[in-house]
Design a protein around this ligand. Structure first.
Ligand SMILES: Nc1nc2c(ncn2[C@@H]2O[C@H](COP(=O)(O)OP(=O)(O)OP(=O)(O)O)[C@@H](O)[C@H]2O)c(=O)[nH]1
Ligand SMILES: [Mg+2]
Length: 294
C-alpha cells in the first residue's frame, strides 16, 4: 500500500471538544483541555498513524469574535491553517446543537476549498432523539460532505472518523519522524500543563488573563528536575486570586501541576511557580511573538 500523509485542521466554536478529540486521535495528551472557552491559544500539531497514513491533526483555537491582539492572532491562525490543510474537520458540540457560529465556520471552510468532514461531539450526553436531530442539522451545514457522530471523551465513533480522514489524505511520504506525536516544544507543553491547572480553579475573567511561561528546567544529579515557571496575570486583584488566602491557591495549583509534569517527564519534579503582574500582556504584540502565539 502506498503511503499517505497530510494535515487536518480542526475548526469549531470554543469548548466543543477539539483538543479532547486531538488527544483521543493521537492517543496521548498533547493539548490541554478545560471547561472554559478559549483554552487553546496556539496551533498544535498532533500526529496519528492509521495503517499506511500519517494524519497531522492541527488543533486550533475556537472560532470567536476577536477582542484584543491575543484573540486576533488566534483567529488569523485559524484562517491560515485552514487554507494550508488537506482537509477541515468541523467539530460541533452535539449538546448545544448547530448554531450561527457553526454556520459562520462552515462558510470559512467552504472558502478554504478543502474537503470538510463534520464531527458531532459529546454524544455521550444525548439521548437517541436529540442525537438524530443534531445529526440532521449538522448534515444541513453547507460545507460538510460527511457527518460523524462521536464522543471524544469516551472514544465512541473516533476510529471510524480517523479511517475516513485517512482516506482523504494525499499520497506522499510521512511528514513527521516515527514516534513523534507533536510539534509543540517541551517547555511550552510544560507551561500549558501548569495553565491547565489554573483553568480548573479559576472563574470569570481570570482564566483568560493568565499565561504561564516555563523559563528553565534544571536537572539535578539525583534525577530531580526543577521547573521554574511564572504565571502572568493582568492585575493585582488577579494575582491575589491566584495566590489565594495564605498561598493556598498557588499551592493547590502547584501540587496538581507537579503531578502532571512528573507524568510527562517521567522523573520527580520540584515546581517553582511564582505569580507576576504584567499589565496588558494580551495586547502586547512583541510579547505575543515571544510567547509563540502567532
Ligand atoms: N461529555 C463530554 N464532554 C466532552 C467531550 N469532549 C470534550 N468534552 C468536554 O468539553 C470541554 C471542552 O473541551 P476542549 O477539548 O477543551 O474543547 P476545545 O474545543 O478544544 O475548546 P477551546 O480550546 O477553548 O476552543 C471540556 O470540559 C471537555 O472535558 C465529550 O465527548 N463528551
Ligand atoms: Mg482547545
Amino acid at each position: 500500500m502506498s503511503q499517505r500523509a497530510g494535515f487536518v485542521a480542526l475548526a469549531g466554536r470554543p469548548n466543543v471538544g477539539k483538543s479532547t478529540l486531538v488527544n483521543a486521535m493521537v492517543g496521548r495528551k498533547i493539548a490541554i483541555v478545560s471547561d472554559k472557552p478559549q483554552t487553546t491559544r496556539r496551533a498544535i500539531r498532533g500526529v496519528a498513524v492509521h495503517e499506511a497514513t500519517q494524519l497531522v491533526l492541527v488543533d486550533l483555537p475556537g472560532v470567536q469574535r476577536p477582542r484584543d491582539a491575543l484573540t486576533e492572532r488566534m483567529q488569523r491562525r485559524v484562517e491560515h491553517e485552514l487554507g494550508e490543510s488537506d482537509a477541515g474537520l468541523h467539530v460541533v458540540n452535539g449538546e448545544q446543537g448547530v448554531g450561527p457560529g457553526d454556520r459562520f465556520i462552515a462558510g470559512a471552510l467552504l472558502a478554504a476549498a478543502v474537503p470538510v468532514v463534520v464531527a458531532v461531539n459529546k454524544l455521550d450526553r444525548l439521548d437517541r432523539e436529540r442525537t438524530v436531530d443534531v445529526l440532521r442539522a449538522a448534515a444541513e451545514l453547507e460545507a460538510g460532505d460527511d457527518v460523524f457522530p462521536i464522543s471524544a471523551r469516551t472514544g465512541a465513533g473516533v476510529p471510524a472518523l480517523v479511517d475516513h480522514l485517512a482516506g482523504l489524505m494525499p499520497e506522499g511520504p510521512f511528514l513527521f519522524a516515527a514516534g513523534d506525536t507533536s510539534d509543540q516544544p517541551i517547555l511550552v507543553l510544560l507551561a500549558e500543563l501548569i495553565r491547565e491547572q489554573v483553568l480548573r480553579r479559576t472563574f470569570q475573567e481570570v482564566p483568560h488573563a493568565v499565561e504561564v511561561v516555563v523559563e528553565d528546567v534544571e536537572e539535578r544529579d539525583d534525577g530531580l528536575r526543577i521547573v521554574h515557571a511564572l504565571a502572568w496575570v493582568e492585575a493585582e486583584s488577579q494575582k491575589g486570586i491566584l495566590i489565594g488566602a495564605g498561598g493556598s491557591m498557588v499551592k493547590a495549583i502547584g501540587t496538581a501541576a507537579r503531578r502532571e509534569l512528573e507524568r510527562e517527564l517521567g522523573t520527580r519534579v520540584h515546581l517553582d511557580l511564582s505569580v507576576r503582574v504584567r499589565r496588558g500582556w494580551r495586547a502586547d504584540e512583541g510579547l505575543l511573538d515571544r510567547l509563540g502565539i502567532e
